[in-house]
Design a protein around this ligand. Structure first.
Ligand code: ATP
Length: 232
């Protein structure tokens, strides 16, 4: 299980996260919802060691070093907001970039097969330049690249962003499948309905703080939306 305790992080002199404590139970899907600017992406950046933080990040009770490379080797993998695929590289080259962690370099071919099994459309388009893919296909490349790193915990930031509803459905059916295969998932999602449809646990973040943490089945949607929309 991944846990953070009293996490503070921000950018230079500006603090964004204020003493965030939460856990991401193994094999479960934890959703972080909240309005723009709440600090959700900043939380993921801190978890991946991309920005400095105070407080603790623990995996199975052990404190993790805050270096991105060590975190990646420990199995934390992020699928970033905006997909961030390399446009001038092919689909397969983009996927191969995910095979860099030492622990899974030798399993590149096997993992590629697994990704193509999850995303048959990427197999059909493996030579196509990523810059010419649709938004949904680019999201699949970003998720497939994450899977190439054999994540223990996959952090997925706003996979639905800018996608048509029918494509969002497809992306979320793949997220469900990843979960059913045992991947622990942390998901940032602005659409609370979609988040609740896949999540085991939901945390609402606003202004860098957690305002609500509940099991998804127990969430009171009205209260969630009131807190989501409340004025400062
Ligand atoms: P969104 O849903 O819009 O992505 P978010 O909840 O993910 O929102 P963050 O992206 O974490 O929010 O941003 C939290 C705060 O940190 C915002 O006030 C934002 O302006 C600020 N911020 C984000 N990135 C930087 C940066 N690189 N430098 C300075 N401030 C930043």
């Amino acid at each position: 299980m991944l846990e953070v305790r009293q996490l503070r992080a921000g950018y230079g002199a500006i603090n964004v996260l204020w003493d965030i404590s939460l856990g991401f139970p193994q094999g479960e899907l934890t959703a972080i919802v909240g309005p723009n600017g709440a600090g959700k992406t900043t939380l993921f950046r801190a978890l991946m060691g991309l920005i400095p933080h105070q407080g603790e990040i623990r995996l199975d009770g052990r404190a993790l070093k805050a270096r991105t490379w060590d975190l990646l080797e420990a199995g934390l993998v992020m699928v970033p907001e905006g997909r961030m695929v390399f446009k001038d590289m092919s689909v397969e080259e983009n996927l191969s970039l995910g095979a860099y962690p030492r622990r899974c370099r030798n399993a590149r071919a096997r993992n590629l097969e697994r990704v193509y099994d999850l995303f048959p459309r990427l197999k059909e388009r493996h030579r196509q330049l990523a810059g010419s893919l649709s938004g949904g296909e680019a999201q699949m490349v970003a998720m497939g690249r994450g899977m190439m790193s054999e994540p223990r915990i996959l952090l997925i930031d706003e996979p639905s962003l800018g996608l048509a509803p029918v494509i969002v459905k497809e992306v979320f059916s793949i997220i469900r499948r990843l979960k059913s295969e045992g991947v622990t998932i942390a998901l940032i999602e602005q659409n609370t309905h979609i988040a609740l449809s896949v999540a085991d646990h939901v945390h609402l973040m606003r202004s860098g703080k957690l305002l609500l943490s509940q099991k998804a089945e127990k969430v009171d949607l009205e209260r969630l939306h009131d807190l989501y929309l409340a004025r400062e």
